[in-house]
Write a protein that binds this ligand. Structure first.
Ligand code: NAD
Length: 510
């Protein structure tokens, strides 16, 4: 049985509960973190209550008053040291993720690397966040924008990125002068404790305690309180569209700011002149990586009718060689899904697809690799009926199922790709620049997603770009580009350095 590495000091955390049976319930004040590969409990975590939530917010407000007064480049120095400590603990932290959410080892480590990358990016940003001076229409006047810290930020994260999504928010928020209160998924509380403790320890040792806060609690007790809390000017929430719809309404009701990163239903278009080797490799990674539990997972393949058979045959062949098993074992490419509810959703989607006239080409069953007692399913490819009519494919089933559709005309392929409610990630494989430019058309008539890839799959974003999606994906942007602006407030300042009153628009008031 795998256990968290002692270098993460989890057992010293006051929330950590050793020796759990797995039968403890959140009502008893403890949530149990299970290893989805074995079904065994790893440890328990004491839950926050309404009272401890109150205390956390009150302390965070005090910490904010101190932190905002620290010059931004000095904040960057704190983040730089956090990145160094994350580098030191990269492997144990990545492996803890594998244990807790079932990502294969390379993906667990890769996710922590993403936090390191965004921290490095934030360090540079700490010397760059600033406003511009705008020409004033009045003589002897200066007009300029300045960007100010926002306050105490609420960060709600999904189970499947239990480290990097916090990193995207907390590292940028920190250099902007904010304090982050993180409410992680109850499916990944140990990764959250280990991650937050690293940041908090480094910041505290540098004389800045309380910048990175954690609340671990149920949605009823803590989640609802957090989203309704006027003291949190920004709620950054990552998760399902259903969650985002609710969170968005509650935060809008108090006129707060929301940054929503929600579900995706991402398609890959493969045209007749595509490099099929590249398309197959990328689409296999995009559809089975993280056992189909990425927001950017490839869920639909829309292939030209002249290559659809070859493409699917090659995909099926590749799927048959994929090793499913212990995510920490060498050679495993697909680990478990997070739990029984996902297995049920997977089975239900496959049944519905069959009832809607689709054919299962490979996979379709629960798996029991290496005698492990966890929740495994076979990566599955399903061919839609010739009519392309397959309602179940319009939903995001958070499991490794890829639906295959056929097109003749690129306009139909783009319309098909845009026909779902979500608008996160999209990809095209094609050899003709006219086709790829059509997909990226500057008038906005191509892909309607926040992310558009050419000759690359839908998953695997770099931190330097703004990450997020349109429509039911929520419209938020995190990570690179100018996403930092979401974590600051803008002030337009106008200064009269003359001695006369000059009114805008030439108004005379004498
Ligand atoms: P989920 O919606 O079940 O939960 C996400 C988070 O929201 C959890 O922390 C949960 O406790 C919290 N939450 C739920 N109800 C709440 C409430 N009423 N108040 C406050 N918090 C509440 O999602 P999940 O199963 O953990 O993650 C999978 C989903 O997340 C998928 O839809 C996936 O596409 C999406 N996701 C999106 C992105 C992105 O960047 N767009 C990234 C990762 C995951």
């Amino acid at each position: 049985m795998h256990t968290p590495d002692p270098s993460l000091n989890l057992e010293q955390d006051p929330r950590y509960v050793a020796g759990v049976t797995g039968r403890e319930s959140p009502e008893s004040g403890v949530v149990v973190s299970f290893n989805p590969a074995t079904g065994d409990p790893i440890a328990g975590v004491k839950l926050d209550s309404a009272d401890s939530y109150e205390q956390t917010v009150a302390e965070a407000q005090e910490a904010f008053k101190r932190w905002r007064a620290v010059p931004a480049p000095v904040r960057g120095e704190v983040v730089r040291n956090i990145a160094l400590e994350m580098r030191r603990l990269l492997v144990p932290l990545g492996e803890l993720e594998s244990m807790e959410v079932g990502k294969i080892r390379a993906e667990g480590i890769g996710e922590v690397q993403e936090t390191i990358d965004i921290a490095d990016y934030a360090v540079g940003l700490s010397r760059m966040v600033g406003g511009k001076t705008v020409p004033s229409e009045r003589p002897l006047h200066r007009m300029m924008e300045q960007w100010l810290p926002l306050g105490v930020i609420g960060c709600i994260t999904a189970f499947n990125f239990p480290n990097a999504v916090w990193g995207w928010n907390a590292m940028i928020a920190a250099i902007c002068g904010n304090v982050t209160i993180w409410k992680p998924s109850l499916l990944a509380p140990l990764t959250a404790i280990a991650t937050n403790n690293i940041a908090d320890r480094v910041a505290t040792e540098m004389g800045h305690p309380g910048i990175f806060r954690l609340v671990i609690g149920t949605d009823d007790e803590v989640g609802e309180r957090m989203i309704a809390d006027k003291r949190l000017p920004l709620i950054s929430a990552t998760g399902s569209c259903a969650m985002g719809r609710h969170v968005g309404q509650v935060v809008a009701g108090r006129l707060g700011r929301c940054l929503l990163e929600l579900g995706g239903n991402n398609a890959v278009i493969v045209d007749k002149d595509a490099d099929l080797d590249l398309a197959v490799k990328s689409t296999v990674f995009g559809s089975v990586g993280t056992a189909g539990q990425r927001c950017t997972t490839s869920r639909r393949l829309i292939a030209h009718k002249s290559i659809v058979d070859e493409m699917t045959q090659r995909m099926v062949k590749a799927y048959q060689t994929i090793k499913i098993g212990d995510p920490l074992a060498e050679g495993t490419l697909v680990g478990p899904v997070i739990g029984e509810r996902t297995v049920e959703a997977y089975q239900n989607a496959i049944e519905q697809a069959k009832a809607q006239g689709a054919e299962v080409l490979v996979g379709g069953s629960v798996a029991k690799p290496d005698g492990l007692g966890g929740t495994f399913v076979e990566p599955t490819i399903i061919r839609a009926p010739a009519s392309n009519d397959l309602p179940i494919a319009m939903d995001e089933t958070f499991a490794p199922i890829l639906y295959v559709f056929t097109f003749e005309d690129i306009e139909d392929a783009i319309a098909m790709q845009n026909s779902v409610d979500q608008g996160l990630s999209s990809a095209i494989f094609a050899g003709n620049v006219n086709t790829t430019e059509r997909f990226l058309a500057v008038d906005g008539s191509g892909s309607d997603c926040g992310l558009a890839y050419v000759n690359l799959g839908t998953s695997g974003a770099e931190i330097g770009g703004a990450f997020g999606g349109e429509k039911d994906t929520g419209g938020g942007r995190e990570a690179g580009s100018d996403s930092w602006k979401a974590y600051m407030r803008r002030q337009t300042c106008t200064i009269n350095y003359g001695s006369e009153l000059r009114l805008a628009q030439g108004i005379r008031f004498e």
